[in-house]
Design a protein around this ligand. Structure first.
Ligand SMILES: [Fe+2]
Ligand SMILES: [Fe+2]
Length: 241
């Protein structure tokens, strides 16, 4: 499928999402659960193991901004008269990417300085690839929110997106500053592959879930389009390295 066809399908999907407050609330819950994921694990934001004070401070601010995003999504969900729900890990993009990630970034206090730097860099590369994809998804969603009967989600998503661009920028720079270029290239290759596979996996399963739980009101051709898209995503995952 060409980029413009994929673009058109994603644009159509986000417009269909915002047209239905129940589905819109469900999708905002997907974003919210990603923001809350750091609180469900103990190896995100390993600030205590970062020796550069400036980077440690930026990471702490990053964690606080993700918590601010939880509050923004919660308010948007309540404005749609929907409820915030805690989703299973299979519905959280971060966790799905990690199912495809070989590298661990859990730091052991006994790790030497080089190992700590490598693991911090693995976390930053994971965060960078993840946030880049989320930012792209939010761009589609923000465009669709202009057609929503409720104006608060657009305000919330716009504020989140501005922070995510900055997270993408500094995490990318941090990986290249923490590691020699040859090692950084290997780390980037691992996380780009994991995110690519994770995105196919997550998108196929969530599209199927949306069809099953929210697609009854859509036309047969619309359901057929999304069903075919989910099938193509799952097929691509099977043949991806
Ligand atoms: Fe965020
Ligand atoms: Fe972020």
């Amino acid at each position: 499928m060409s980029i413009s066809i994929v673009d058109g399908i994603k644009q159509r999907l986000h417009r269909d999402i915002v047209a239905d407050p129940v589905l819109h609330g469900a999708i905002l819950n997907l974003y919210l659960n990603g923001e809350a994921y750091p609180h469900r694990v103990d190896d995100y934001f390993p600030v205590g193991y970062v020796s550069e004070a400036e980077l440690a401070a930026r990471m702490s601010r990053h964690a606080q901004e993700e918590d601010k995003h939880i509050a923004l999504y919660s308010k948007a969900i309540s404005r749609l008269e929907q409820s915030v729900v805690e989703l299973p890990l299979s519905c959280i993009f971060n966790a799905v990417i990690r199912n495809h990630t070989e590298a661990s970034f859990a730091i052991d206090p006994a790790d030497d300085a080089d190992t700590r730097s490598l693991k911090v860099a693995h976390f930053m590369a994971h965060a960078h690839c993840l946030e880049k994809r989320v930012a792209r998804s939010l761009e589609y969603h923000l465009e669709a929110c202009a057609h929503s009967p409720c104006d608060y989600p657009a305000k919330a998503v716009g504020a989140v997106l501005a922070d995510e661009y900055e997270h993408v920028r500094y995490t990318g720079e941090a990986v290249n500053a923490l590691l020699p270029q040859r090692v950084a290239n290997q780390v980037w290759a691992q996380h780009r592959r994991a995110e690519w596979r994770g995105n196919l996996d997550f998108s196929a399963s969530q599209l199927r879930r949306v069809l099953l739980e929210h697609g009854q009101g859509w036309s047969a051709s619309r359901r057929g389009l999304y069903r075919a898209s989910a099938w193509a995503l799952a097929g691509l995952l099977k043949v991806s390295p």
